[in-house]
Design a protein around this ligand. Structure first.
Ligand code: NAP
Length: 484
């Protein structure tokens, strides 16, 4: 079930808020605490009158992250009124001094929230809650690391009653999207982006439309994107669209992971995961964490793809070939000639995972490559490992090149006004590739075109590397790709 949580309702606003909510598998939570105190009764009566889906009455006290500040007796009375008025469920906090008395047929959701952290002992807490025999146990805890999602999964799997186990915040999204695949009974959604009643809620449109969350199950194959940030990525839209069109029981989820040290633990977890894309800044960590490494990935020193084969993770790199195909095509199209690479010189900006792939690909194509990195030691190490030159970041404008490749995130949304290379130092001819693909035309590319260079967007590379990932995961080309 997906429970759409509705807050800030006025009696007149109830009808319009509930009108779009129809169909099986949906319930609507009326957050009474988020309505003004003197309208709460009217809100609940109106909701009971117009709703086409079962309703959950919730009146969260301040101590549990809600906005209710009145007496406990009045709060319980309000919940009991909702139960008598036709609500199907009443949410009551495990910590509350008294549970509401519910008429038969009205189901109790017993909930516990921690907006600060995911505390130890989730399973112990679950057992204490189960002992009260609710219809459903709801445990919500703030994720401070993606590993907190795994601890919530452990609790969901231990549950003896139906359970909603949700990790909150940006890092908790996998538990919200994969609830059915992980064995959960319910997830909570916001009515729309920006209308969240708890941190990290995914909108109903995304849960149903993008992730098909209500159709996932224990046999769903899970794929995902490991990195930080991940919100900008086009991966979920691209892969989930293909999975839906093909009728595949598979889903692709963003997994925000700020700290690379969490990556090996995530990979070791017992999840129905079959493949991951890896993005900024974990490509080197992904290579190190994998049990097997494809030769190109090992030489490059970075992996953007993980494939599960026979229980072990294999690291692959689809970036380098995708980047080179994109550059090659653009060069030929512009009459630049791929011989410009053979014997030409290339400057790679950045010294991370994408830099390694570009430097490797450009060197393979025959270019003399120089790497310029903000952190000199990383640029020097990269250049030494691939047998090329390096330059201090501040001297990048003095390095001669006929191909420039930006592999830093400079110019990426939301800071699209930035450029990693001074416009005044762009030559009148040359090819400028930007790995950044949000926006598709970066400031660097606009200035390169204005100077007379051939601008090459990273958007094409993105599709080609995704296609190569799809081939590694499913052993066939990705259907419906425009740039192949
Ligand atoms: P990464 O491993 O984190 O490397 C990023 C590199 O950029 C690091 O060397 C970092 O410097 C440098 N950098 C970061 N901020 C900088 C700044 N303000 N000024 C100068 N240098 C800066 O990331 P990645 O995986 O290589 O990805 C890099 C970019 O390429 C991202 O925008 C990503 O979206 C894009 N990308 C696109 C595609 C595609 O298909 N189009 C594929 C891969 C990557 P330090 O060494 O000092 O940390």
């Amino acid at each position: 079930m997906i429970c759409v949580s509705l807050g800030d309702l006025t009696p007149a606003g109830v009808g319009p808020a509930l009108a779009p909510l129809t169909g099986d598998g949906l319930v609507a939570e009326i957050r009474l605490d988020l309505s003004p105190a003197d309208t709460r009764e009217a809100v609940l009566r109106e909701a009971a009158r117009v709703a086409a889906v079962p309703l959950v009455a919730t009146c969260r006290p301040h101590a549990e992250g809600g906005r209710y500040e009145g007496s406990e007796a009045a709060r319980v009375r309000l919940l009991e009124l909702a139960a008598r008025s036709g609500f199907a469920y009443v949410d009551a906090e495990f910590a509350a001094s008294r549970l509401p008395e519910l008429p038969s047929g009205v189901r109790l959701i017993l909930s516990q929230h921690d907006f600060d952290r995911t505390p130890p002992g989730l399973v112990r807490m679950l057992r204490r809650m189960e002992a009260r025999r609710p219809h459903l146990v709801k445990l919500c805890a703030m994720a401070r690391s993606p590993l907190d999602c795994l601890r919530m999964v452990e609790a969901i799997r231990a549950a003896r009653l139906p359970m909603a186990g949700l990790a909150m915040g940006e890092l908790g999204a996998p538990t919200r999207i994969l609830y059915r695949a992980l064995g959960g009974a319910m997830t909570y959604a916001s009515a729309a982006a920006g209308a969240e009643t708890a941190p990290g809620q995914v909108s109903l449109a995304d849960l149903r439309g993008l992730y098909r969350a209500d159709r996932l199950g224990p046999r769903t194959r899970v794929y995902g994107l490991l990195g930080y940030p991940v919100a900008h990525s086009r991966g979920p839209a691209l892969f989930n669209r293909v999975f839906a069109a093909e009728g595949k029981n598979a889903v692709y989820v963003p997994i925000a992971m700020p700290d690379a040290r969490d990556l090996p633990h995530w990979l070791a977890a017992d999840l129905p995961a079959h493949g991951y894309s890896v993005t900024i800044p974990h490509k080197e960590a992904a290579l190190a964490a994998a049990a097997e490494r494809a030769k190109a990935a090992a030489t490059i020193g970075a992996a953007n793809t993980l494939v599960r084969r026979g229980g072990a993770w294999r690291a692959e790199n689809t970036d380098w070939r995708a980047a080179m195909q994109t550059i090659d095509r653009a060069a030929r199209h512009a009459g630049f000639g791929s011989e410009a690479l053979r014997g030409g010189s290339a400057l790679v900006l950045g010294a991370g995972g994408a830099a390694r792939a570009l430097a490797y690909g450009l060197a393979r194509a025959g270019a003399r490559v120089t790497v310029a990195g903000r952190t000199a030691v990383r640029a020097r190490r990269l250049a030494a490992s691939l047998g090329m030159e390096w330059a201090e970041w501040d001297r990048r404008a003095r390095v001669p090149w006929n191909v420039l490749a930006n592999t830093t995130p400079v110019g990426m949304e939301p800071r699209a006004e930035e450029s990693p290379f001074p416009a005044a130092s762009l030559p009148r001819q040359g090819l400028v590739f930007d790995a950044v693909y949000t926006p598709p035309e970066t400031r660097l590319l606009r200035e390169a075109a204005a100077a007379g260079c051939v601008p090459v967007s990273g958007a094409g590379m993105f599709e080609l590397q995704a296609d190569a990932q799809y081939r590694l995961w499913f052993r066939r080309p990705m259907p419906g790709l425009s740039s192949r």
